[in-house]
Design a binder for this molecule. Structure first.
Ligand SMILES: [Zn+2]
Length: 410
């Protein structure tokens, strides 16, 4: 059942806003308009008083599967994703085993398909075991991944990164580096030096580059220069580097207010393309031992909505561009707009305040500095290709199997 009519909802995407109905048939948006008659047999979801956006796509998440089921797995990660309004996630390769072989990439895709809640796009490792010593079999991996990354650390060896750029160009895959030289006392410089190197290498090799979680004005400046020279580069920033401060351990570290303002400005002028969560679940024990990262996919939208949209720093249309349209374009998917012909992927949220409690989370991990905080913009429903994946606390496959069970009748 991939048909759904949502009635009387406020709809916002990157370039339009209206109140009306949206009809999805066969998983695709067929019509958007002021009043669409309900076709026979199509379930109706009343959206009055709520706001619908294109569902979010996360370019950068860690679901820890295979290898770390105490932190997260593909099932709990997928549930957390739909609870956060996401229908697409790109998963980083620092699993155990590392996703440096077609077997692991295929395991991830097959398991995600079986779960069926979200679309999963694996990222393959640039180097074997993320060791930075020799290239993974990129040709063998390419059919199963959209990008290559050693996320968690930078590839220090220049020649190795140069060869990776050349191969990525030949294979038509994106290189997705975590830019950070190790052993430097200045973290900003450690990031900027590698950004500069990778932009220069990509320019020479003609490969597409997507830079992970940029967090310094210097890195933004380098990307500005590269884009002016038409280097095929895109980049992302995390919600926590835009909204949070303090010393909660995360890599790269949280930044000062002036830097957050600069990163927001870089989004608004189109230098930074997308917002990606870097969802990094950890157990309390690992977190206490200093493991960096935030379990962020479920609070991504509420924190951005509370900290940036409600105070007027960002419009909802802009936020929709960064969370939906831009990542969809980077992945090459027909998603991210509320327009006929696009995939029927939607998120519907309520203009209500809620408290982030322990039992808010579908993720196995609750490592976030936002516990106990009051936020706005809780996700009410997530629709994936016309099917209800999440609705008001109930998740497809866990709480219901046929979404008509959860749709209020009338
Ligand atoms: Zn990273």
């Amino acid at each position: 059942m991939k048909d759904l009519l949502i009635q009387g909802v406020r709809m916002v995407d990157a370039d339009q806003e209206l109140v009306g109905d949206i009809l999805i048939r066969g998983g695709i948006i067929r019509a958007v308009g002021e009043r669409i008659p309900a076709p026979r047999g199509v379930p109706v979801l009343p959206g009055k008083g709520k706001t619908a956006l294109p569902a979010f796509l996360d370019l950068h998440a860690h679901f820890r599967d295979p290898g770390f089921p105490e932190k997260e797995d593909l099932l709990t990660g997928a549930r957390a994703a739909v609870h956060g309004g996401f229908t697409v996630v790109s998963l980083m390769p620092n699993t155990e085993p590392v996703c440096d072989s077609p077997e692991i990439a295929r395991y991830i895709s097959a398991k995600a398909r079986e779960i069926g809640l979200v679309e999963v796009y694996p990222v393959g490792a640039i180097t074997v075991g993320l060791q930075g010593k020799e290239l993974s079999p990129l040709e063998d991996l390419a059919p199963f991944v959209w990008a290559f990354s050693d996320d968690g650390k930078g590839v220090e060896d220049h020649e190795l990164m140069w060869q990776a750029c050349r191969k990525a160009a030949t294979l038509g895959r994106v290189l997705f580096p975590h830019c950070q030289f190790s052993g430097m006392s200045d973290q900003a410089l450690a990031q900027e030096l590698m950004v500069a190197r990778d932009l220069w290498l990509a320019r020479r090799a003609g490969c597409r580059l997507h830079l992970a979680h940029l967090s310094t004005p210097g890195a933004v400046k380098l990307v500005t220069l590269a884009k002016a020279e038409r280097v095929p580069v895109t980049c992302e920033v995390t919600p926590h580097h835009l909204c949070l401060e303090g010393d909660y351990p995360v890599n790269p570290p949280l930044v000062a207010r002036e830097t957050r303002v600069a990163l927001l400005e870089a989004l608004k002028v189109g230098v930074i393309d997308a917002i990606a969560t870097d969802h990094a679940p950890h157990t309390p024990e690992d977190k206490a031992a200093g493991a960096p990262g935030i379990s962020g996919i479920e609070l991504c939208f509420p924190v951005l909505y509370t900290e940036l949209v409600r105070p007027g720093a960002l419009s909802l249309a802009e936020l929709s561009r960064y969370l939906s349209l831009a990542p969809a374009q980077i992945l090459g998917l027909r998603k991210g707009r509320l327009r006929a012909g696009y995939d029927g992927d939607l998120v519907v949220f309520c203009e209500e305040e809620f408290t982030v409690s322990e039992d808010f989370f579908c993720s196995k991990s609750r490592n976030t500095p936002l516990l106990g905080k009051r936020l706005w913009g809780e996700v009410w429903a997530t629709i994936h290709r016309g099917e209800v994946a999440y609705l008001a606390g109930a998740i497809k496959g866990r709480d219901f199997h046929d979404h008509r069970q959860v749709i209020p009748s009338g």
